[in-house]
Write a protein that binds this ligand. Structure first.
Ligand SMILES: [Zn+2]
Length: 315
């Protein structure tokens, strides 16, 4: 019978979890988070009977530390093997896991489960500034709406002014980058589009007026008119497929994952959910990432993301 991934030692045993995390975060040996010392002769592992697990002492600054320090694992009492379980689940399930699921799995409070998953989302947030696309690259651009803005309720009639607007850029065969934007007006959308996509790229959008002049800023601009050709068309001169099916596919996963989550999570946290869906998309199976490889990427990103409950709760 196939063994479940979660039955592996690092998910079940705290010593194995420390060993695993140390091997990933410190591939060249322990690193003092206080003074930066990484000289193995100047760092001592503390191994007394009553010593805390994974404790080291720095001989430069004389301060103790563990691999949890300076990461999202700091200031949490949750055992590391349970952290690894949650990271794995969040990376392995296409639509994410709910706070309820985590709470049941860990038998912890809802607040702990909530804080835990948000810290993992924060680790997944890459904040990359490298332009997407490039020569020959195709980037699709689209927007969607989710949840109601605080203090706004639908007044009837048309329009989505009372909803939170999301802008997403997806490179075909590459990564996704999403933004919680004030509105989908030109002034809120175009600066992000121009800052995040290399000007040598081909861009694809729908027929919305806000994108009317994009052809001047990029190698080419294909616009699909959803009222005329639902699935786009092929440009016979270039052979390029003019559609935004990729970004629409991204949104369909995002929306299914957010069902029942969003109304309770609040708009100040939306960017972190977007980071989670971007992360899984940008490290998807098709790009060569197994569930384990994806979880490994998330683990490597835990450094420097130390957050308190207060900073997360405030968004
Ligand atoms: Zn030190």
């Amino acid at each position: 019978m196939a063994r479940s991934v979660l039955s592996e030692d690092r998910f079940q045993n705290e010593d194995a979890a420390f060993e695993f995390v140390e091997s990933r975060l410190w591939p060249d040996g322990p690193h003092c988070p206080h003074c930066g010392n990484a000289d193995p002769k100047r760092i001592r592992k503390m191994e007394g009977k009553t010593t805390r697990r994974g404790l080291y002492n720095c001989r430069e600054c004389r301060k103790p530390f563990t691999v949890r320090q300076g990461t999202i694992f700091e200031s949490s009492h949750l055992p590391l093997h349970l952290w690894l379980q949650v990271i794995h689940l969040m990376c392995a399930s296409k639509k994410g896991v709910s706070t309820n699921q985590v709470q049941r799995m860990l038998q912890c409070s809802m607040k702990t489960a909530w804080f835990l998953t948000h810290r993992i989302r924060e680790a997944m947030r890459d904040g990359s500034l490298a332009p997407m696309g490039g020569a020959g690259g195709i980037v699709e651009i689209d927007e969607t709406f989710i949840g109601n803005k605080v203090g706004e309720t639908p007044h009837g009639g048309r329009g989505a002014y009372h909803k939170n607007a999301v802008l997403t850029l997806v490179e075909r065969g590459g990564s996704a980058r999403s933004f919680h934007v004030e509105s989908v007006n030109k002034d809120d959308v175009l600066p992000i589009v121009r800052a995040n996509i290399a000007k040598e790229s081909h861009v694809m959008t729908d027929e919305a007026g806000r994108y009317a002049k994009l052809g001047d800023k990029f190698a080419s601009h294909g616009a699909v008119d959803h009222s005329r050709d639902e699935y786009g068309y092929t440009d016979f001169q270039t052979g390029r497929k003019i559609n935004i099916n990729t970004v629409e596919g991204y949104y369909s996963i995002f929306k299914r994952g957010m069902i029942g989550v969003y109304q309770r999570c609040g708009e100040q946290h939306l960017h972190r959910y977007l980071a989670e869906f971007d992360f899984r998309y940008s490290h998807r199976q098709k790009l060569g990432y197994s569930d384990t490889a994806r979880a490994d990427r998330a683990l490597l990103a835990v450094k420097g993301k130390r957050l308190t409950y207060e900073t997360i709760a405030q968004g």
